[in-house]
Design a protein around this ligand. Structure first.
Ligand SMILES: [Zn+2]
Length: 112
């Protein structure tokens, strides 16, 4: 899934895409909203855009294409993020039934 696949979140896709294209990516993003609006999906698309290694069939080994608004969806990073197993991206889901985490808890939860 890419930014153009986000339904009803054009403003999110446009904002994140512009940030990547201009090289002005913030050090953290906070996605908020009611259940089902696409917070996790948006975060995963952003993670793919920032971590994509390029299509293995067309990207020379050892090169880093850098952040892209059109992640390849085929490289190791894209596949791991899609599966929810990418170590370089993490998200913390909250909600009324989840215990609230403070900054110290979030730092402890970050991968090494
Ligand atoms: Zn990729």
């Amino acid at each position: 899934m890419r930014f153009e696949d986000l339904v009803g979140q054009d403003h999110v896709a446009r904002t994140l895409g512009n940030a990547i294209q201009t090289g002005r990516v913030a050090h953290a993003f906070l996605f908020t909203g009611v259940r089902g609006v696409g917070k996790t999906t948006s975060a995963r698309i952003l993670a793919k855009a920032l971590n994509c290694l390029g299509d293995p069939a067309t990207t020379p080994p050892g090169t880093d294409p850098g952040p892209t608004v059109t992640p390849c969806l085929k490289c190791t990073a894209c596949l791991e993020i899609a599966a929810g197993a990418q170590a370089r991206s993490s998200y913390h889901q909250g909600g009324p039934r989840r215990p609230r985490a403070g900054p110290a808890d979030l730092l402890r939860a970050e991968p090494p």
